[in-house]
Write a protein that binds this ligand. Structure first.
Ligand SMILES: [Zn+2]
Length: 116
């Protein structure tokens, strides 16, 4: 796969003495690495000393020439019905949130675990 990714140094390009490209392109095969989170992508480099690189999916703009957007990085809300018919709003994403009282105390609840 060919991955086109935003260069995080580009925004600060004026502080470098060499030219910073807006995007980087990497080519390799996707690899499964235990500590890579779902928001990251690991691909091979073909370099034995540095066998794979980890890319942030939120920075990827294209994969194999097709536009790419990392949907699950964006917060998503869902209405969940409680056991007594109450309705709670569950927000999924990097920081899950729920409007029920259990969440206010424990910062997690069954509504979040049930929706993810
Ligand atoms: Zn809840």
């Amino acid at each position: 796969m060919k991955v086109k990714i935003k260069n995080t140094m580009w925004e600060r390009r004026t502080s470098y003495f060499f030219e910073i490209p807006e995007y980087n392109e990497y080519e390799g095969d996707e690899v499964q690495v235990k500590w890579v989170t779902p928001s990251q992508l690991a691909i091979t480099t073909g370099n034995p000393e540095f066998s794979f690189r980890v890319l942030e999916r939120s920075l990827i703009v294209e994969i194999d020439g097709k536009p790419y957007t990392y949907e699950s990085a964006k917060p998503q809300t869902k209405i969940v019905k409680g056991s007594k018919g109450q309705e709670y709003t569950v927000t999924l994403g990097k920081k899950p949130h729920c409007t029920c009282t259990g969440f206010q105390f424990r910062h997690t609840c069954k509504h979040i675990t049930e929706t993810t």
